[in-house]
Design a binder for this molecule. Structure first.
Ligand code: FDA
Length: 329
């Protein structure tokens, strides 16, 4: 219920103006290192220094005018230039609707083409995030079109809450396309998505096994220790190499787990979002873990007109906030 409310608020312009016009925006710093390319690159550098690879996401979706969609592509080009210039172990993740899918498939193809060309030129990869179920088929169709054109430095995301995902995983495995598996972050109707946590988790474990056994370098994107344990158990029992897949986690969430997995010899990629459109992203992270709301409420009390300092400091990680030090939600 709270989850649905928060996700609904992520699309509310009234709520957005309250949150983004107050120093509460500091709350977002736990999940979003900043608004500029420099902020992203700094966070990528830190991730690499900790043994993590990174993927950078310029926050934004549902862009309906060409200038803004072109601007988003320009930002990704800057990010790719910096990744190359600094020799970072990093790639990018983007949303089709941010680059103009709703404007037209032709516009999307040319705008996105610039990003894919540059990524290819520097030998890196572009992941297409998966959006709400209205976009699932369109996203996969657009992906397959790019694949048919010969692009290979691209990959999709599939969500375990979607009932169709077993078929989509099989299709992507057949193509040899790289899949990121996550649980899914949007509110979806029972007609298309499992509503029960157990069903979503069972589906995640099943799809993880299929991807590990038959996929092309899958990414298992979760902070759920049970899902991670299921992946590790399967990988070990099947004798699959630790370099045949990677775990992925969000910047600022369960850093302790990220470090532990790296220490155990697993590959871990941090998903690092940045940019001025952090509001819907923050609301989705709050929705995933209602305990985060306590920190949100706490931040109101601690607000000062002189500016907001997140209690975890630079790391944003504190015992009890679920992002580090073994804290569990
Ligand atoms: P779950 O929500 O069950 O959480 C398990 C545990 O993880 C919690 O008990 C808590 O300890 C910790 N945790 C999880 N979220 C937290 C938070 N916000 N704050 C603090 N602790 C938290 N979704 C989508 O629809 N399309 C996409 O393209 C992507 N892409 C993506 C990339 C990457 C790298 C990740 C990690 C996730 C996504 N997601 C996504 C989001 C995903 O669908 C899902 O909403 C979140 O990952 C939360 O699900 P978990 O698997 O972590 O499990």
């Amino acid at each position: 219920m709270l989850r649905d409310t928060l996700i609904a608020l992520s699309g509310s312009s009234a709520a957005k103006s309250v949150v983004t016009k107050t120093p509460l925006r500091g709350m977002a710093r736990r999940f979003v290192p900043g608004e500029t390319v420099d902020d992203l690159i700094g966070a990528m550098r830190e991730a690499n220094a900790e043994g993590l690879t990174a993927t950078g996401n310029y926050l934004g979706e549902s862009v309906h005018d060409e200038a803004n969609a072109r601007h988003a592509a320009d930002i990704y080009l800057k990010v790719l230039d910096r990744i190359e210039a600094e020799g970072l172990r990093a790639n990018v993740s983007l949303k089709f609707t941010q680059l103009g899918q709703d404007i037209g498939e032709g516009f999307l193809a040319s705008n996105l083409g610039r990003v894919l060309e540059r990524a290819k030129a520097i030998g890196t990869f572009v992941r297409f995030d998966m959006e709400g179920s209205d976009y699932t088929q369109r996203t996969l169709d657009a992906f397959e079109k790019l694949w048919a054109q010969g692009w290979r430095n691209i990959g999709v995301v599939l969500q375990s809450y979607m009932k169709r995902s077993a078929g989509d995983v099989a299709r992507m495995n057949e193509l040899g396309a790289r899949v990121r598996l996550c649980k899914g972050a949007y509110v979806e109707p029972p007609s298309v998505a499992f509503q029960d946590r157990k069903n979503v988790d069972d589906s995640f474990v099943e799809l993880t096994r299929t991807l590990l056994a038959h996929g092309n370098y899958p990414a298992i994107a979760t902070h759920d220790e049970a899902m991670i344990a299921a992946a590790v158990d399967f990988q070990q029992s099947e004798g699959i190499g630790k370099d045949a897949f990677e775990f992925q986690m969000l910047h600022g969430v369960r850093r302790d787990l990220q470090t532990q997995l790296v220490g155990d010899g697993y590959r871990v990629r941090a998903y690092i979002p940045f940019g001025e459109h952090w509001y819907p992203y923050l609301m989705r992270r709050l929705a995933e873990r209602p305990a985060n709301m306590l920190f949100f409420a706490g931040s109101v009390v601690k607000e000062s007109p002189l500016g907001f300092l997140w209690p975890g400091g630079k790391d944003g990680a504190r015992a009890g906030d679920g992002s580090g030090d073994g804290a569990r939600g």
